[in-house]
Ligand binder design. Structure first.
Ligand code: T68
Length: 800
């Protein structure tokens, strides 16, 4: 039985004090919040350790099939509350600490966000890490232990400034356990020759390689109240003692350390660094060597490794898993190529997260050859065999579009699809678009590989932890069964028309808005009216996500208010939170515009607090936990067809915000869940967008010139309305008019404004508004990542 079952308040207090003695040689009343946090986290680790070890041993003993989720990003945020909640000791620990004068929330505040991810993709990986043990599935994470996470964003004079996120303290991360015992070597660079053996086989012989030591750091991933503990393994690089002479100078050493130094702050275009390629191979090779070695210990035939092991390629960054597994099987375990290929393709599966062609990863074959010469050879052979297999069976054009090596570039998506047995998109529309458009040639070859897995969210974090007031109200209204079975939220359907319940939910929302307003007051000194609509757009800054459309609507409201001093509108506070990739010029200009517009509006007394704009600095998981419960309106306004799924849309819905959305990604499924009356849809759908692509008939300048109201809004970017943005304003104006508005903001503008006006009207009727908000909460359970990952586990990995 798990240790936590026997815990009492007294025992926790005693253990906690002991931990403070042991770690810091201090008494509780002298300890800082940091010290108390570390002591408590270590204590939690101790409590969990037996289950963690047991889980690991059981997999070996029972030869359980296990899935490994390879991802270059994980974005867990803080872990203390999640761990306590999942262990079922949250309240007990909170009370125990209270008894000795300690507020758990101070310890929560002391924890640093673990931000080893850019956005949706990394956060999804972390939601899955929470859900896998919760559904009792043996599914482990594999990634990189970056020394610096996603940059810390500061706003200076309205501009984004990136600072390093040194999230690791000198003692590392309290949740991790370093395992030098399980370190492996990874080889890069050098030359590889294939030397014929007596048997006639060719054996690779390496020359001048560089050997890196990959050292794993394990983090426990605790299931929700079920004693299951999985593992997230993050790899760090070290210089192997044996090869120390290969790295004689400090500069040599630093180059090696750089490999796990930074997470690439790039969610759209790949920076061309060879370092990124090394990162990818390093993580894949270290992970797979370990996995194959553990399978080998089972004593089962290598050609059947797919019966016990599944490897998931999360976006293409780990795509070298395919050739690396081939290398291990063929070179180290001496399998025939065909046997190795048959099992490799059964082991591998791949998720696509984007249809933006510029984000589809490709590598220069020359660079690839230089850094991973043996992998380059193997990819060449996979490509050759692929072409051979399909030659004569399909059009050569199809082969030309789908083969891995094209124009001296290695297409990582093609490698992932050809080298695996499953390809999935992350929302229904996204999967449809993959099939019909982006990957249609692959669909011709392998229709059976394609499937959809709509994203989900770890609801415990996004409800119980982020929104305790709403959780308490739900307990009161529908009982607390929803805490372990999220589908019970549907019980709320019975109260949608109950005015008293509506009022209760309204008050919870207002309290959450106050919590956010206090934060803004403290950090930015801005006073916010909480009777205003809190309208929120938080996500990475990208042209296709159309933060700029939101800005254009704000400009329009501002112009209306300036034109007519007596105008009364439903007061609004517009919140933005967004990081721009450091090299993404346009995105950074949008940030500058938002900040200058915010300054202009927030300091204009004549607007009488009817309009406010807040740019929240350094948007991250912890901030999301504060912002999302406070939102009335969730802005999901990407150009239809561009957002693969979105996941914040689900989080907002669960917290009772109304979604203002295009028919894009999972917004469509949210609409299906709540019905058309409980979501606000605007703009072109995907067919309308694609019709423009086929007809080549979009003309933003024409729209601009024929709609005076819109023209005035667009001209505000260049006519001095927004101070200090001469340069940025022109850049934006040009994108919209001179370069024909790639994301159709102008075409969607009028409908967006109309639907925003509808929202303003609707908000005046608190009861109807709350009823719609409750409808959203009630139906949000279908977006739990527990269910999403169960589908992966059953249908793709076969581990349940
Ligand atoms: C996101 N993708 C999708 N990419 O944009 C979003 N890219 O619609 C979806 O909900 C989410 O994935 C989960 O499926 C990303 O977040 C990246 O972060 C990324 C990182 C590196 C390189 C390319």
């Amino acid at each position: 039985m798990a240790i936590v079952m026997q815990l009492t308040k007294e025992k926790i207090i005693q253990d906690f004090k002991m931990q403070l003695h042991e770690d810091f040689m201090i008494q509780n009343d002298e300890a800082t919040a940091d010290e108390r946090f570390i002591a408590l986290a270590k204590l939690v680790k101790c409590y969990v350790m037996p289950d963690w070890l047991r889980g690991r041993d059981e997999i070996v003993k029972e030869q359980k099939k296990t899935a490994y989720y390879f991802s270059i990003e994980f974005l867990p945020g803080k872990m203390l509350q999640t761990n306590l909640l999942n262990l079922g000791i949250y309240d007990l620990v909170q009370e125990a600490l209270r008894e000795i004068g300690v507020d758990l929330m101070d310890l929560v505040d002391a924890e640093r966000d673990m931000a080893l991810g850019n956005g949706g993709l990394g956060r999804l990986a972390s939601c899955f890490m929470d859900s896998l043990p919760t559904i009792g599935a043996p599914g482990f994470g594999n990634g990189i232990r970056y020394k610096y996470g996603l940059f810390k964003q500061k706003i200076v004079n309205g501009y984004q400034v990136e600072l390093p996120d040194a999230w690791l303290s000198s003692d590392g991360n309290v949740w991790e356990t370093k395992k030098p015992h399980s370190a492996v070597d990874v080889k890069i660079y050098g030359n590889v020759y294939l030397v014929p053996q007596e048997s006639g086989d060719l054996k690779p012989v390496y020359e001048n390689v560089k050997t890196l030591r990959a050292v794993p750091y394990d983090m426990m991933q605790i299931g929700f109240k079920n004693d299951v503990v999985n593992n997230l393994r993050l790899w760090d690089v070290e210089i192997p003692e044996k090869y120390e002479l290969d790295y004689p100078t400090l500069a040599d050493r630093r180059r090696i350390e750089d490999i796990t130094s930074v997470l690439y702050p790039d969610d759209a275009t790949r920076e061309g660094q060879s370092l990124r390629l090394i990162q990818e191979y390093f993580m894949v090779s270290a992970g797979l060597q370990t996995i194959v070695a553990s399978y080998a210990k089972m004593g089962l035939p290598m050609a059947k490794i797919h019966e016990k092991i599944a490897v998931h390629i999360n976006d293409t960054h780990p795509a070298m898993a395919v050739p690396e597994l081939m290398r291990i099987l063929v070179d180290e375990y001496e399998l025939d190529w065909d046997d190795a290929w048959a099992t490799t393709t059964q082991v591998m599966s791949y998720t696509n997260h984007t249809i933006l062609s510029e984000a589809l990863e490709k590598w220069d074959a020359g660079l690839f050859k230089e850094i991973v010469p043996r992998i380059h050879q193997i990819v060449g052979e996979i490509d050759r065999q692929f072409v051979k297999t399909w030659a004569g069976k399909v059009d050569t054009a199809v082969i030309d579009h789908t083969r891995i090596i094209q124009n001296n570039q290695i297409h990582m998506a093609n490698l992932s699809i050809i080298g695996g047995h499953s390809v999935n998109g992350v929302a229904k529309l996204h999967t449809e678009l993959l099939i019909e458009d982006v990957l249609k040639d692959f669909y011709l070859l392998y229709p059976e590989k394609f499937n959809n897995k709509t994203n989900g969210i770890a609801q415990r974090r996004w409800s119980q932890i982020a929104n305790p007031s709403m959780s308490a109200l739900l307990d009161k209204q529908i009982g607390d069964g929803w805490r372990s079975n999220i589908h019970e939220l549907l019980k709320l359907e019975d109260f949608l028309e109950d005015a008293t319940v509506q009022l209760d939910f309204y008050q919870v929302k207002q309290a959450n808005k106050q919590r956010l307003a206090d934060y803004v007051k403290k950090t930015q000194g801005i006073d916010l009216p909480i009777h205003a609509i809190f309208d929120v757009q938080v996500k990475r800054l990208h042209a296709y996500k159309r933060q700029l459309l939101n800005v254009m609507h704000i400009i329009k409201l501002y112009q209306d208010l300036k034109d007519n001093a007596a105008l009364e509108i439903t007061p609004r506070v517009f919140f933005f939170g967004a990081k721009a990739a450091p090299g993404y010029h346009f995105a950074k200009s949008v940030i500058k515009i938002i900040n200058e517009l915010a300054n202009l509006i927030n300091n204009d007394a004549r607007l009488r607090d009817q309009l406010k704009v807040v740019f929240l600095e350094n948007y991250n998981v912890s901030l999301a936990e504060l912002i999302i419960p406070a939102a009335d309106v969730s802005e999901q306004i990407s150009t239809a067809g561009k957002e693969a799924s979105g996941t914040s849309n689900m989080k907002f819905m669960m917290n009772g915000a109304l979604t203002l959305a295009t028919l894009d990604g999972a917004n469509i499924e949210i609409k299906d869940a709540v019905g058309e009356d409980n979501i606000v849809i605007f703009g072109m759908d995907k067919d309308a967008v694609y019709a423009h692509y086929t007809r080549h008939d979009y003309n933003s300048r024409y729209i601009y010139e024929t709609n005076p109201r819109l023209k005035r809004v667009v001209d505000a970017f260049i006519d001095g309305t927004i101070p200090n943005t001469h340069y940025e304003g022109h850049e934006i104006w040009d994108a919209l008019i001179s370069y024909n508005d790639e994301y159709f903001l102008l075409e969607d503008f009028e409908d967006y404004v109309a639907k925003q006006a509808y929202i303003s009207e609707l908000y005046k009727d608190k009861n109807t508004w709350q009823s719609k908000a409750m409808k959203n909460i009630a139906n949000s359970g279908r977006f739990t990542s527990d269910d999403t990952i169960e589908l992966y586990a059953r249908e793709i990995w076969g581990i349940l």
